[in-house]
Design a protein around this ligand. Structure first.
Ligand code: FES
Ligand code: FES
Length: 155
């Protein structure tokens, strides 16, 4: 096993560690206890493993942990500050956008990234839908998720 030493920030906390060059960021985060990062397909199709790397949403199953060197990672755990849900997390609760919840942490991060990227823009429902195209949900039928993203955008 070949390892490389990396330094990274996860949810505003700094870490330094040796990582296997073949390990995905998803596996690293889950092993570190960030279990909001879900493994669904493992091949970049479902979005369950979505995290933000320097504020850009990525499928962490396709992203090598070593690529995260000197970068800032955000996971759904870190969006909750001082026991308070983020506006996006709040909107998911308000709109009932969660059923089994497996897709939810990845979707929360996809919505967060989408709204940060489009801050101040007036978005159509269609644009919001397209902005979530990389994340699959088996339960909700998507309407409540899109409602949640629209509600969060107004907060
Ligand atoms: S687990 Fe990464 S996209 Fe499905
Ligand atoms: S709430 Fe079950 S997969 Fe989305």
């Amino acid at each position: 096993m070949q390892t490389i030493n990396i330094k990274l920030t996860i949810n505003n906390k700094k870490y330094e560690m040796d990582v296997d060059i073949r390990k995905s960021l998803m596996d690293l985060l889950r092993e570190m206890g960030f279990t909001s990062v879900k493994q669904g397909c493992g091949v970049g199709e479902c979005g369950a493993c979505t995290v933000l790397v320097d504020d850009v949403s990525v499928d962490s199953c396709l992203y090598l942990a070593v690529w995260a060197n000197n970068k800032a990672i955000r996971t759904a755990e870190g969006e909750c500050k001082d026991g308070r849900l983020s506006p996006v997390q709040e909107a998911y609760v308000e709109e009932g956008a969660v059923q089994c919840g497996f897709c939810t942490p990845g979707l929360i991060m996809a919505t967060t990234s989408f709204l940060e990227k489009n801050k101040g823009k007036k978005l159509s429902r269609e644009e919001v839908k397209k902005g979530h195209a990389g994340n699959l949900c088996r339960c909700t039928g998507y309407q409540t998720i899109i409602n949640a993203a629209i509600t969060a955008g107004k907060k």
